[in-house]
Write a protein that binds this ligand. Structure first.
Ligand code: GYE
Length: 334
């Protein structure tokens, strides 16, 4: 199975794509739903229902902006946008609603991996193509046309490799702020990280979900500090920047210095996270690129027109230490 990486530069339309091999990719089959329904759009307008997770993080805001920009009227789309506030049942209901409306295509950023089989089958039965963006699902790849997103396990691996190199030889007590339970990035970022620190002296003392939110990260971190004592926590691995930013507040409230007394690694590289890295409060960030709109819109157009569309599209991520963040921050788009 080929794995297509698309760099940030390629997203801006300027560079070539690199291909890397990988064995565990989703393999969307795109069967039976190459053309869209007739939709409500008329003319050449493509009517697209987009079921977004919610608005839990800075990453999510950047992703929503990117999608809205790409699916603009000027680009020939009518976008019906739904944000499910991280409620899986509400997200599935939104997709059903899109099916009932007879949209030309449905785009989903699935909150969790499981539970999609029935509604995806309903979309296929109605002849409405489905493109997944961002997160993956466990349902058969025959039930959707394409997936465009990030390699979450590789992100976890990069974070874990940095932790192993920095702290692996010293007794290090680590707590983990997990993303939304059952979501692909929470599952895969844990898998990649855990494998990378195996055999090192980093000990995972506790791991709980902060639901990818700043408030969640803060309150879970407060609980860790209460249970273990701030002096017994050396390292925080946060599955996203927002939870790391919440943890920073909790660490400071406990009278310790984030980035020094307690080291912090996170994922996303959104603006506020990068600023905290520059300020020395976070020590390392692995990027997760939210600017997927153009690629998703191109895939939707392709599928609706009956063109062949690359079924699995990975967007490449970078990683930053303090110096790299300082250099990159002024030109960051999110
Ligand atoms: O890392 C987090 C967001 O699914 C990759 O969701 C996305 C994750 C992102 O809430 O900040």
């Amino acid at each position: 199975m080929k794995k297509r990486f698309i760099s940030t530069i390629a997203l801006a339309g300027a560079a070539a794509m690199a291909l890397t091999a990988c064995s565990s990719d989703p393999e969307p089959g795109a069967s039976g739903s190459a053309a869209g329904g007739d939709g409500g759009g008329g003319g050449d307008t493509i009517v697209v229902g987009f079921a977004q997770t919610g608005s839990e993080s800075g990453w999510r805001s950047a992703n929503t902006d990117s999608m809205k920009e790409a699916f603009s009227e000027a680009n020939g789309f009518e976008l019906i946008f739904n944000a499910a506030d991280n409620d899986t049942a509400a997200q599935i209901a939104a997709v059903r609603d899109f099916i009932n409306q007879g949209v030309d295509a449905i785009v989903i950023a699935p909150i969790v991996e499981d539970g999609w089989d029935d509604v995806l089958q309903e979309a296929a039965d109605a002849g409405i193509p489905v493109i997944l963006e961002d997160r993956t699902v466990s349902a058969s790849a025959d039930l959707y046309n394409a997936w465009i997103g990030l390699d979450f396990e590789a992100e976890g691996t990069k974070a874990g490799e940095w932790a192993a190199a920095e702290f692996g030889d010293t007794e290090t007590k680590m707590v983990v702020l997990e993303g939304t339970t059952g979501s692909a990035p929470a599952n895969d970022r844990a898998t990649g990280f855990d494998a990378a620190i195996e055999g090192t002296m980093i000990e995972k003392v506790d791991s709980q979900t902060g639901d990818f939110t700043r408030d969640g990260g803060k309150s879970v971190m407060e609980g860790f500090i209460q249970n273990y004592g701030i002096d017994n926590i050396d390292l925080v691995y946060a599955h996203n920047d927002d939870m790391a930013l919440g943890a920073i507040e909790a660490i400071e409230a406990a009278g310790a210095v984030p980035g020094e007394d307690v080291k912090i690694i996170s994922i996303d590289a959104v603006h506020d996270g990068m600023q905290a890295l520059v300020d020395g409060k976070i020590n390392y960030i692995v990027e997760c690129n939210p600017l997927l709109g153009e690629l998703v819109a191109a895939a939707v157009t392709g599928v609706v027109n009956g063109d062949e569309v690359e079924p699995v599209q990975y967007v490449e991520d970078l990683a930053f230490d303090q110096a790299a963040a300082e250099a990159a921050l002024p030109d960051r788009k999110y």
